[in-house]
Design a protein around this ligand. Structure first.
Ligand SMILES: Cc1cc2nc3c(=O)[nH]c(=O)nc-3n(C[C@H](O)[C@H](O)[C@H](O)COP(=O)(O)OP(=O)(O)OC[C@H]3O[C@@H](n4cnc5c(N)ncnc54)[C@H](O)[C@@H]3O)c2cc1C
Length: 364
């Protein structure tokens, strides 16, 4: 394709870098412009929960995207490790979800998808997770739930992109100009929570807004948990080294402020100790927060920007950008190569009306 760069990617988060990796593997020359450090925003901050998925039997578009995407996580992790020597920490550790009344439809949907799951009795829960005090809600266990260590995964992606010759340009904010479209065959916009300001100069209004999520990391002296535990919008994620990550808040009102707050951290600590009382005695290693790219209907925006054939938008992944990243990158690659997307994207059109009836089976 000549000596020039074929593709410009705006945003060096998990969506931009996984897309860069997929495009470079397809033989295209790629440049990534990142305003700050590569992979240090939401993609660094996330908890890295990877739910299970069975793409053959999903009932709606977002579940199909999730299921297709999570299927790619194990092979992608192996490929990155082989390529770069960096282990991204992906492992299938199993998960337990405690069901809230507003999610009462989920068990039927999980069953319809043919996911492997069980409804453990109190006795079984005690046996599997002796340190857990279960809340008074129905419990579902997913042996296929996994997790990835976000900072390691981002490091592996950066290294893999470098090896493939992707031109990585941190500290390079991209300001839109028509010159960009003269210089590149395609421009991929993956600017996370900043998507609205990035597409505005193209005359497009995108309702993406930052939704702050805070995290607290405990470092118990002994292992206290082995499964990911999800209880509504909050969760515990046990790392392989015994640390336990507790997330998360959902704070759209914080705007672009990324600081932790006392109320946010206190709420997470209380939640964690309520589920695993031993955490009351565990040192807290650190707290952090990230800005999720939230859309009105919590669904991502994927596809060509209306009126701009060569501009592809991949943003607004909200709570699920890590699990959706391999599938999103596959879609971006398909669009650039001019093939029909291997995962349908009509439901994610950038110019859609919000579709509140399309709910994912897992929130992350
Ligand atoms: C606390 C928390 C927990 C989470 N847990 C999970 C989870 O368990 N599982 C899961 O799947 N997802 C989870 N998520 C969601 C997931 O992290 C996000 O959906 C995902 O990281 C979004 O990736 P991104 O690449 O779109 O955004 P980002 O990682 O934010 O990357 C966008 C990048 O674009 C750059 N940028 C913006 N504007 C410009 C510009 N003009 N020029 C150049 N660069 C620009 C930014 O600096 C940024 O680095 C969580 C998120 C948070 C905050």
């Amino acid at each position: 394709m000549g000596n020039h760069t074929d593709i410009l990617i705006v945003g060096g988060g998990i969506i931009g870098l996984t897309s860069a990796y997929a495009l470079a593997r397809a033989g295209l020359s790629v440049e990534v412009r990142e305003r700050g450090e590569l992979g240090q925003q939401a993609s660094w901050a996330g908890a890295g929960i990877i739910p299970p998925g069975n793409p053959e039997r999903t009932a709606n578009a977002i579940d199909l995207l999730r299921a297709s995407s999570v299927r790619l996580f194990a092979p992608l992790s192996a490929e990155l490790r082989e390529f770069t020597g960096i282990d991204n920490g992906f492992r299938v550790c199993g998960g337990i979800e405690f069901l809230h009344p507003e999610d009462a439809d989920l068990p039927d949907r999980w069953a319809a998808e043919g996911l492997t799951l069980s409804e453990p009795t109190a006795e079984e829960l005690r046996h599997r997770e002796p340190g857990l005090t279960p809340p008074p809600r129905p419990a579902y266990r997913f042996p296929g739930m996994g997790q990835v260590r976000n900072p390691w995964h981002m490091r592996a992606l950066v290294a893999a992109c470098e090896q493939l010759g992707v031109r990585l340009r941190p500290h390079t904010p991209c300001v839109w100009s028509s010159e960009l479209l003269h210089s590149y065959q395609h421009v991929i916009l993956a600017p996370g929570a900043w998507a609205a300001e990035v597409v505005a100069p193209l005359g497009f209004t995108l309702p993406v807004r930052p939704v702050r999520g805070q995290i607290v990391l405990f470092r118990p002296t002994q292992p206290v948990l082995s499964h990911v535990v999800i209880d509504g919008r909050r969760y515990l994620v046990p790392r392989a080294d015994g640390r336990v990550l507790v997330g998360s808040t959902e704070e759209p009102e914080a705007g672009f402020e990324r600081a932790n707050t006392e109320a946010g951290v206190r709420g997470l600590i209380d939640f964690a100790i309520g589920l695993v009382p031993a955490l009351a005695h565990a040192p807290i290693e650190k707290c952090w927060a990230g800005l999720r790219p939230g859309s009105l209907d919590s669904l991502p925006y994927l596809g060509r920007l209306p009126g701009h054939e060569r501009v592809i938008l991949a943003a607004g992944h909200f709570r699920a950008g890590v699990q959706l990243s391999p599938g999103t990158a596959q879609i971006v690659r398909d669009l650039v190569l001019g093939s029909p997307p291997s995962i349908p994207i009509d439901a994610f059109r950038p110019d859609r009306q919000p579709n509140f009836s399309l709910r994912p089976s897992f929130r992350s």
